[in-house]
Design a binder for this molecule. Structure first.
Ligand code: HEC
Ligand code: HEC
Ligand code: HEC
Length: 431
């Protein structure tokens, strides 16, 4: 009996040591001497790297708009586990990644481990960047190493126990990280595969559009089902979409590159910086991403069903000659607020997309319409004339709730939004 117990304990200890050794298997990589990127890298490679960094939105996360130091980090990312600050990825030797070899850089991008061998948090989308090809990784490294070094140390992370122990991420990687190389799908066109590569890898579109599990990992069976991120709803892009008119490749190109489409409306919130990058990037690649995203929804509604929604949208558009009226006093208060503040622009014959056609009013969450009422719309670069003023200061929380209830009833036949008071109070607190 004793022998068996001893055996079990021994096996346990060996297992534990083995596990720890496995988790700690990443060595620190030797620092390199500062490199003169203009000598080291071909300017065309650097230019390619700049485009790739645009697709990967590196600067969106690695820049704190309050500091304005591009790529120097410090942007706070709110996670369910605490606040994480992005790192300085300029080639500064002291505070950035100036001493990182290309091997260290690509290990971080593919395996989520820094030059010291420490695990990085998956708020950094290395679970997508792992799909980047060697050639593209080299170009990205060349571009990042060509940036102006900035001496700036971002704030310390504010994570509670046990999330502050980086070693625990070994388990996360074991469960959720798939470092297998990206493979094209031979049954699809080159254009589709290019879009798949960009959207799935560098673009990490799923990073926002897919719900996550309790450990913060994307749920593969729910890819592109839609999820809440940064106080916004990143809507479903697959068969779960609530978009009224199906997204065609052309509509997606309009939306993704210019930020506005006549059948779908404007792109707002955390989608805006993504669109601003795509605006500047090679157009063929934009078309490719659109091709891939279009294919996420194989089961299209019938033409009759779409025509019905389009007719509904036209019929429900605000008519100044004949404004809607409701018996419910709350809804009627919403009608009056809308009449005062919104109907000037959102009306029959106006220049905006009929509200009932926009995904925004049809989403399962009120967050995006609420954010737009509070903050207005600062549209992406390609849609500058589609801006809307903010109303957060001029409307009370009750007014906003009334408008939201009215908008949902007037412009959709979908179930009422829930928890309006809570989300408005939370927004107001941080406004
Ligand atoms: C969604 C936000 C986000 C995006 C987009 C993003 N990063 Fe990061 N990145 C992070 C965070 C957060 C960390 C720090 C993780 C940690 O501290 O564990 C990080 C860490 C890194 C590191 C490790 C640096 C260090 O000092 O440890 C590198 C290298 C890096 N990112 C490069 C990139 C590149 C290149 C891109 C674009 C292709 C990119 N990142 C895009 C959030 C992001
Ligand atoms: C940082 C998070 C984030 C990332 C990354 C992201 N999106 Fe989005 N996306 C959003 C949010 C939030 C919205 C809703 C915007 C709105 O309501 O105006 C959105 C909206 C969209 C829409 C409009 C859908 C509809 O029915 O209205 C499309 C299409 C889209 N995203 C495609 C993409 C693609 C393609 C990528 C990758 C290249 C991507 N997104 C990456 C957050 C993100
Ligand atoms: C000065 C004109 C103006 C006013 C006033 C205005 N809006 Fe807008 N609104 C716009 C424009 C422009 C857009 C961008 C979409 C477009 O051009 O089709 C927009 C977009 C929106 C969207 C997002 C639709 C989409 O494309 O996804 C919602 C929801 C919305 N407005 C609601 C309101 C509400 C509610 C009010 C009143 C509290 C209001 N707006 C007042 C001009 C206005």
């Amino acid at each position: 009996m004793k022998r068996i117990l001893l055996g079990i304990i021994l096996v346990g200890i060996v297992g534990l040591i083995g596990g720890l050794a496995w988790a700690m298997r990443y060595p620190a990589l030797d620092p390199i001497a500062p490199i003169d990127a203009s000598m080291e890298f071909d300017s065309q490679v650097v230019a390619l790297g700049r485009d790739l960094a645009g697709f990967g939105d590196c600067s969106v996360c690695h820049t704190d708009p309050r500091q304005g130091l591009e790529y120097a980090g410090g942007l706070p990312l709110e996670t369910p586990f605490g606040v994480l600050y992005t790192t300085n990825i300029t080639p500064d030797v002291e505070t950035g990644i100036g001493t990182w070899s290309e091997e260290a850089f690509s290990r971080a991008m593919r395996e989520g481990v820094d030059n010291e061998g420490q695990y990085l948090y998956p708020a950094f989308p290395y679970d997508h960047f792992t799909k980047i090809t060697d050639e593209d990784m080299h170009a990205l490294y060349a571009y990042i190493m060509s940036l102006e070094p900035i001496n700036y140390t971002p704030p310390e992370n504010e994570l509670g126990f046990p999330f502050n122990i980086r070693l625990s991420l070994a388990g996360w990687n074991l469960l959720f990280l798939d470092t297998s190389r990206w493979e094209p799908d031979p049954t699809q066109s080159d254009e589709w595969n290019r879009g798949y590569y960009l959207a799935d890898g560098l673009g990490h579109c799923e990073g926002c559009h897919t719900p996550r599990n309790l450990m913060g990992a994307e749920i593969p069976s729910k890819a592109y089902d839609g999820a809440i991120v940064e106080g916004w709803y990143a809507p479903a892009l697959n068969d779960e979409t609530t978009s009224a008119v199906p997204w065609t490749q052309i509509a997606l190109v309009n939306y993704l590159l210019d930020g506005w489409d006549v059948d779908h409306g404007v792109s707002a919130g955390p989608m805006t910086p993504i669109v601003n990058h795509l605006y500047d990037l090679p157009e063929d690649d934009g078309f490719a991403i659109a091709k891939y995203i279009e294919s996420l929804r194989p089961n299209l509604p019938t033409e009759a069903a779409t025509a019905e929604l389009v007719a509904f949208a036209a019929e429900r558009e605000w008519d100044p000659e004949n404004p809607p009226s409701y018996d419910d006093p709350g809804l009627q208060a919403g009608v009056e607020a809308f009449d005062d503040l919104c109907a000037n622009c959102h009306k029959v014959g106006g220049t905006t997309v009929p509200l009932a056609l926009t995904s925004t009013v049809r989403m399962p969450e009120a967050l995006n319409v609420m954010n737009i009422i509070f903050d207005g719309v600062r549209p992406p670069l390609g849609a500058r004339d589609h801006s809307m003023p903010e109303f957060g200061a001029s409307l009370t929380d009750e007014n906003i709730a009334d408008v939201l209830r009215f908008v949902r009833v007037q412009y959709t036949n979908l179930p009422a939004w829930e928890h309006l008071e809570e989300i408005i109070a939370e927004k107001r607190e941080n406004w």
